[in-house]
Design a binder for this molecule. Structure first.
Ligand SMILES: Nc1nc2c(ncn2[C@@H]2O[C@H](COP(=O)(O)OP(=O)(O)OP(=O)(O)O)[C@@H](O)[C@H]2O)c(=O)[nH]1
Ligand SMILES: [Mg+2]
Length: 374
């Protein structure tokens, strides 16, 4: 680990120094205001000091891996290349055959076939990567509803799916004269910052609301820059906080706004420190609404892991991103069912502000059962 100290007239200048010297993966350890030594220091503007670190080992291990790859390439170049590749292809063929044999010999799980007579809808759900357990329960509920109401099988199936999706989306609603503070959380790289910018642009440009940004994601320098670019393009004022204790001060800077979006760092679902930080932000920031952002390409087990890891949140709404990247929609059902939290928005691309809409529950149901394309 390399740890260095940078001093400049402003935070931005000090950050630029860190970025230039240590690169975008540098981690900010501490920031503080300091004064020059001596009497003259008392009469001059305070300076900003940033202590930053970079994982030296990570850099070295990247270098080591690159060397190993290069050595392997050199070795192949020096041997008889064709014989080498032929052997590899043969070995891969054997591996595939072995895997196919293993799969065909695996006993069919008793959950694979429901006892009732609606295997078609059951497979629609499984093909969409709805968790097997949830798929079974949906089929059972649909059958029960059909028996009670006399509906057609397809009608009761669709009815239960709509119910699982919460029946109605719950987007951001503003009350005149009342500022709303919104916190975005979620795993790394799911699209929190992009989605926040899309929503901010919609409220600021299309609805003419006064919007403010606060970012608590100061773990990667590139993250601050990312939101700053959106803030500059959209002419939305932005504040940076380095710890949850600074949230009240930052919110004061946005006292006149209709809507304030707070961006947080994406972190591993096992990160206890992250949980503590989000809880502190909620407690100290008087947050009105929390949005948990989840990528639509999350596996059934991934959905369970994410929802379980955000159980500590008192309340939240769900946003699903990257619908343009999937052909299965089970993640939405899995997360809605497990969390019992309402859906709010879905996003379908990288364009700000275009690629976002209030989740249309009927359309999601149709996507799931194969009635329409994205
Ligand atoms: N295709 C597609 N890409 C998206 C969508 N939303 C976001 N992205 C892309 O996903 C990548 C990650 O987006 P970010 O907004 O940086 O994600 P994040 O959750 O803020 O990431 P961290 O802050 O690093 O945790 C970027 O390349 C975005 O352009 C979407 O709906 N569809
Ligand atoms: Mg981000």
């Amino acid at each position: 680990m390399i740890i260095k100290r940078y001093v400049a007239n402003t935070t931005q200048e000090a950050m630029a120094q860190v970025k230039m010297d240590l690169g975008s993966d540098a981690v900010i350890l501490n920031t503080r205001k300091i004064r020059k030594k001596g009497i003259s220091g008392w009469f001059s503007k305070p300076l900003m000091e940033i202590t930053a670190a970079i994982d030296h080992e990570a850099k070295r291990s990247n270098y080591k891996e690159e060397r190993q790859v290069q050595e392997r390439i050199d070795a192949i170049d020096n041997s008889n290349t064709f014989t080498h590749i032929e052997k590899k292809v043969d070995a891969m063929g054997e591996m595939v055959e072995k895997l196919v044999r293993q799969i065909s010999q695996t006993p069919v799980n008793s959950l694979d076939m429901p006892q009732d007579n609606d295997p078609q809808n059951y497979h629609v759900l499984l093909d969409n990567e709805v968790h097997q357990e949830y798929a079974l329960s949906i089929i059972e509920r649909a059958k029960e509803l059909q028996g009670k109401s006399g509906m057609e099988a397809s009608q009761s199936f669709e009815h239960v799916i709509l119910d699982c999706l919460g029946n109605e989306a719950k987007p951001i609603e503003l009350l005149p004269g009342k500022r709303k503070v919104i916190l975005f959380v979620g795993p790394t790289g799911v699209g929190k910052t992009t989605t926040l910018a899309k929503l901010a642009a919609n409220f600021a440009i299309e609805k003419g609301n006064e919007v403010g940004f606060i970012t608590a994601d100061t773990y990667r320098i590139a993250a601050v820059d990312q939101l700053k670019i959106y803030a500059e393009i959209l002419e939305i004022p932005m504040s940076i906080i380095y710890s949850p204790s600074e949230i009240s001060k930052a919110l004061k800077e946005h006292e006149d706004k209709d809507l304030v979006f707070i961006d947080t760092a994406g972190r591993s679902i096992r990160d206890q420190e992250h949980e503590k930080e989000i809880s502190q932000l909620i407690a100290l920031g008087n947050i009105d609404e929390v949005y948990l952002v989840i990528s639509s390409n999350t596996s059934p087990q991934g959905c369970i892991n994410i929802i379980n890891s955000y159980k500590f949140l008192p309340n939240y709404k769900l946003i699903f991103t990257k619908l343009d990247e999937v052909t299965t929609y089970g993640a939405i059902i899995n997360c809605c069912l497990l969390s019992q939290k309402p859906l709010s928005y879905i996003t379908t691309g990288q364009n700000v502000p275009a690629d976002i809409e209030v989740a249309n529950i009927n359309k999601i149901k149709d996507l799931l059962i194969g009635n329409v394309g994205v």
